[in-house]
Write a protein that binds this ligand. Structure first.
Ligand code: ADP
Length: 271
């Protein structure tokens, strides 16, 4: 049963300070007749780095897309820092929040995609400053200063004027990481960020993400097939199968002594 209370549905100022960064409560997601997630419950504490593993089609990317509001849950509730994301319980009914309220909360969440998803018609710099200027209302000068710092930090200070398609896949992904960070997100979603990259480039992108994990307290929800990365960066691993969590453990335990036979079979296949 949903247990949302008035205090949890209050705006940011009223949200409990101890609320988890992300909370899934009885979440269901269906595409037509295909029920991809059912009665899904889990929490991610602030500053946690949680990796989702599991076979293809088990619902991992859908979970990230729900947090980013690229998809909307068909049942249940998702809370971000104690605040309902897209739907809330009001007067005993599950109702969708206003677009304005959803936009407000979405500002705090950044996502990096497998296919980079940069705007091809904009320069690297324009890609990075677009949301800070149009969503956060920063001045162009302020956003540009920050973008240049971020480009420096991902090793691409000379590419500000380039267009995405003039860059290698690894460079595009580093721009995409800079673009996500330009919004100063509290939550960073990483969806198979190295899967489209040549193997020799994977390491440089993972090194940047590792550094972000080491030097910030950004909450991270990660979908990856890079088990070593999951091991290095995350403090919790959730194993999914068929839209359900079949096992949850620290990386050390998950990767050395998984308990569930589905986890054992999955790790045996990928490690
Ligand atoms: P994973 O990330 O674990 O590989 P996904 O979350 O991508 O799994 O997909 C889970 C299931 O949801 C799959 O059966 C997939 O076909 C289905 N699915 C995902 N997105 C859509 C969509 N936009 N329309 C219809 N079905 C979808």
């Amino acid at each position: 049963m949903p247990t949302t209370t008035d205090s949890e549905t209050a705006p940011e100022s009223g949200a409990p300070a101890t609320a988890p960064a992300i909370r899934f409560q009885d979440v269901e997601k269906r595409f037509g007749d295909n029920v991809v997630l059912k009665d899904l419950n889990f929490e991610v504490s602030k500053g946690d780095r949680v990796t989702l593993i599991g076979p293809s089609g088990s619902g991992k990317t859908t979970i990230l897309r729900l947090v980013m509001t690229l998809e909307k849950a068909t049942g249940g509730y998702i809370h971000i820092n104690g605040e309902p994301l897209t739907h809330e319980l009001r007067g005993g009914k599950r109702v969708e929040r206003s677009e304005k309220a959803q936009k407000q909360i979405r500002k705090r969440i950044g996502m990096v995609f497998q296919q980079f998803n940069l705007f091809p018609n904009m320069t690297v710099l324009e890609n990075i400053i677009e949301a800070p200027v149009h969503v956060l209302g920063q001045s162009k000068e302020q956003a540009t200063r920050r973008a240049m710092e971020l480009l420096e930090s991902v090793g691409l200070p000379n590419k500000a004027k380039a267009h995405p398609l003039q860059l290698s896949g690894g460079q595009q992904q580093r721009v995409a990481i800079a673009r996500a960070l330009a919004m100063d997100p509290e939550i960073l979603l990483l969806d198979e960020v190295t899967s489209a990259l040549d193997p020799e480039i994977v390491g440089e992108v993972l090194a940047i993400l590792r550094r972000i994990a080491d030097t910030t307290d950004i909450t991270m929800l990660i979908v990856t097939h890079e088990m070593q990365f999951a091991r290095d960066v995350s403090n919790r691993v959730l194993m999914f199968d068929g839209g359900r969590i079949v096992e949850e453990a620290t990386p050390d335990v998950m990767f050395t002594e998984p308990k569930h036979e589905r986890t054992q079979a999955f790790l045996h296949a990928v490690l």
